[in-house]
Ligand binder design. Sequence first.
Ligand code: ADP
Ligand code: MG
Length: 384
Amino acid sequence: MKWEYGRRKKRTGNRFLVLLILLLGALAVAGYALMRSGVLPWPPKVAATAHGDAGSGTVAGSSTDAGGGTVAEADTGDPGEYVDSQFLMDTYVSIKAFGQGARDAVLAAFDEMRRIEAMTSRFVPTSDVSRVNQAAGLDPVQVSDETFMLLEKARECSELSGGAFDVTVGPVVDAWGFSTGSPRVPDPAVLAKAQSLVDFRAMELDPVQKTARLAAPGMSIDLGGIAKGYAADRAAAILRGRGVKHALIDAGGNIVAVGTRPDGSPWHIGIRDPRGSSPTDTIGPVVKVEDEAVVTSGDYERFFIEDGHRYHHIFDPKTGRPADRAESATIIAPNSLDADMLSTAVFVLGPVEGPKILAGLDGVSAMVVGPDGQLTFSPGFRAN
Ligand code: ADP
Ligand code: MG
């Protein structure tokens, strides 16, 4: 009985092995076919989790260029095209570039983005931002010209948005646990204390000395709503500087189009449906751009659900709680630094107040998905 069992087991094992190999082979072929067709995104985006980052507020539909499968494919076989995807600034960044020298240009662009991350991340202890945060309530800290420019831009956006955008939001982000990877609803007393420390007016900037100082201990600067945008602009500048005429950068929902597609037509960008069942579901019109940025802030990028309520990573400084006036806000702008901070600001303000702050800004427009899923467009939102 024992022997029989053993023999049968052995035979079944062999058959099983052959079947397994056949099945794996079929799966690999099918998976590759789906990837090439753009149905399966690659690399997979860590969507809708508290720690990961779905990255893209923009997606690739069959007719679009950004996000998902089309951008991130490893090798398309076109000798003039180079595509790469790397994890940096806490998100997947994909760059697709065309023409001679595309590969070296893309790699240099990634290096540039890592340089900016090292300077601006508050999770890198030696960064400008960390040094300013460590000295909160103490002495002014000298920072690089670039960091100083970003802090000035952030303050401008705070003023423009009446404080809906606030670069000193760090304590509130920490209170909700989004910086530690274990988000939770904070104790009301902890949240109240954190919220009392958020005030962009208490960030002192000295344009002569290029120093920054936070007035009170415990305050902290968080460039999460703006640094990726700047990094994507810098990546575009590196590509252009190396002669690349056609490229698309997707830094976790921050899209920058360099020139047109190689055939001279504009890049097609799809906007992710905040409540779509798949990250490749789009909403609204396909946006057609060249030499412009399209940036989306959404409540689906990082969130957790507790007691049936969605808590996400973009906060209303006035309440200290996740902003609840929009599901997403998309900005089209000449550069992605502006688009990034404005998308965060308009997201917090929502479809009624948000688009108003764009009125005096040249070439800037917005599409807001309201809490009810309704679309609101600012004047000049060009889709076609
Ligand atoms: P994402 O980084 O997911 O693309 P955003 O550009 O809108 O989305 O930036 C969100 C990040 O900005 C948060 O993770 C946090 O670091 C920071 N942030 C959150 N709320 C605000 C706010 N009201 N003003 C400025 N920055 C914010
Ligand atoms: Mg932003």
